[in-house]
Ligand binder design. Structure first.
Ligand code: ADE
Length: 245
């Protein structure tokens, strides 16, 4: 996967892509990062990328001509971008489903806003507008890195066997079951016996029940969307009865 990121602060984005799993996956050739400075497309005397908004109001808006030149540059790259993504709090809410869809692509191009965002006339030039949540960041960089983090780990070869993603929260549609490791005893808290039993079937059942339980108490909205077995439904019915008494 090739990721092209346009930002006014490439030095904020680049280091993140050079460390840990992303850095390793880039060195191994599974990922390629192309972090570009939007200001290189300013093409005016003062290298200006932003102007005050028509109609008045606080803040500055990124010029559409500057952003459009960045998009044109990205479109001329090989492979051409499958998606031109604008990061913005007004975008569609990012999710594991969108991450899965995007992880199948060859080239994602992302535009990070600053200030009050981009001139609205950029919209026809982008294929998608994504928000990472209902809050306003100071720029799209963390949002672009969020999209990178969530998609890269789904690309074959990026995670080692040790870092499998198949059982993740959300890839099963449920929150993750709790995990335990050494020490055996911490401040009076031990390890659930079943996890030390070596009985794979019982461990799997215990984990499924804990995942259902966590989801039931913390994110009941997720239970509406997930496919559940009759055993799951019976377990949830028992939880519900318990919660109501
Ligand atoms: N830029 C500023 N806030 C944002 C958000 N919540 N998601 C994506 N991009 C943003």
């Amino acid at each position: 996967m090739l990721y092209t990121v346009y930002t006014l602060f490439p030095d904020l984005v680049r280091p993140w892509t050079q460390e840990a799993i992303l850095g390793r996956a880039a060195e191994a050739g599974h990922l390629k990062f192309n972090v570009r400075n939007l200001r290189d497309h300013a093409q005016n005397k003062w290298n200006r990328v932003d102007e005050s908004p028509f109609g008045g109001g606080a803040g500055m808006v990124i010029r559409v001509d500057v952003a459009a030149r960045a998009v044109a540059e990205a479109k001329a790259m090989a492979p051409a971008p499958d998606e031109i993504i604008l990061l913005s709090p007004a975008g569609e809410p990012f999710s594991q489903t969108i991450a899965e869809e995007l992880s199948e692509k060859q080239h994602l191009c992302m535009l990070c806003g600053r200030y009050e965002g981009f001139d609205a006339r950029l919209e026809p030039l982008v294929t998608r507008e994504i928000s990472i949540g209902d809050y306003v960041l100071m720029g799209g960089e963390i949002a672009a890195l969020t999209v990178i983090e969530a998609t890269a780990r789904l690309i074959p070869g990026v995670l080692g066997d040790q870092e499998s993603h198949e059982q993740d929260s959300f890839s099963t549609g449920l929150l993750d079951y709790p995990e335990y490791t050494k020490p055996n005893l911490f401040e009076g808290q031990g390890i659930p016996e079943v996890l030390k039993s070596g009985h794979h079937g019982k461990v799997a059942q215990w984990r499924r029940e804990r995942a259902l339980e966590r989801t039931f108490y913390r994110r009941p909205d997720l239970l509406e969307k997930v496919t559940l077995s009759q055993t799951d439904l019976d377990f949830l019915a028992r939880l519900k009865t318990k919660a109501e008494t």
